[in-house]
Design a protein around this ligand. Sequence first.
Ligand code: SF4
Length: 358
Amino acid sequence: MEHIAPALLAWFYQNKRVLPFRTDPSPYHVWLSEIMLQQTRVSAAMPYYERFLAQLPTIADLAACPEEKLHKLWEGLGYYSRVRNLQKAARIVCEQYGGELPADYEALRGLPGIGDYTAGAIASISFGIPVPAVDGNVLRVFARLYNDDGNITDPAVKRKFTQWVVQHQPPDTPGDYNEALMELGALVCLPNGTPLCAQCPLAHLCGAHAAGTALTLPVKTKPKPRRVEQVAVALVKSPQGWLLQRRGETGLLAGLWQPVLWPETVFETADAMQQALAELGVQTAAPFALRGGSAAQPLPAAKHIFSHVEWQMAGWRFDAPAQPAPAGCVWADEQQLQAEYALPGAFKVYKKLMLNKE
Ligand code: SF4
């Protein structure tokens, strides 16, 4: 196939979105933006990106940031292992590379949370090193350009596509080329729905466009269906604030805060949940005596989708007298809920209740 770079780059320079990390593509900025964008749309990630850098302008600041603050800066973005790995890597960078990311693909690849794609993006965009950066967007573009129905979840197919990416990469502008491919995948060669071939600078070269097969490509194995898990949630309010519980140090949402909850549990009645709270050492007002005899308030059902599991949450809200928080829990007033404790997006509905309804 004729080289795609001239037409692709001409299109990119005319059409690329103005994004903060493009204005100043320092290695730290590119790294942070790529990690944020791994599971998050550009429009959702950008306010986080700006806030994060305002608070932690250097890699040394990131390395030294207290955990609670770090979680708070990431609150609502999800996939918190990303930010924990960012900090682990920042600490290594400070210890081994004087606080600056190394201009070396393999060294970047060796840092926590940095895989082939992110190392390729940083190396090519920030350091001008001619290496590929192949994500889902780029695989889709190449599956269509070459009209290749290989399964992109197969490592051998991914390697073959990566070789094609490399063959077309211009040595003088490797980063622009990688960015242009990602941008084409995000804006024109769309993942869901019909690609905008009429606007595509590569339409004259594209095999799938000629064959009318673009909508069937790329081929990939369907992910397994998600497991559904019932989760019981208690919102407990005392004069000291709302009761929050810290999650364990490992696993899903490690180290973050949540309302008191019981995984894989359904309580049939508010009484049963109240009993479970008492077993944790939390005294609550009798549910059926609340508000002059009315029942404990049922919480709205909520669900949250993680990559492998879907939580379906339900429970009640209780009033409680002032008392010490049990082990692993705190009472958080509104100000602390806002500024100190990071509650994952899974609890958005309940956080809103805690902040607005009292
Ligand atoms: S012509 Fe259409 S299918 Fe081919 S690369 Fe462009 S947008 Fe994608």
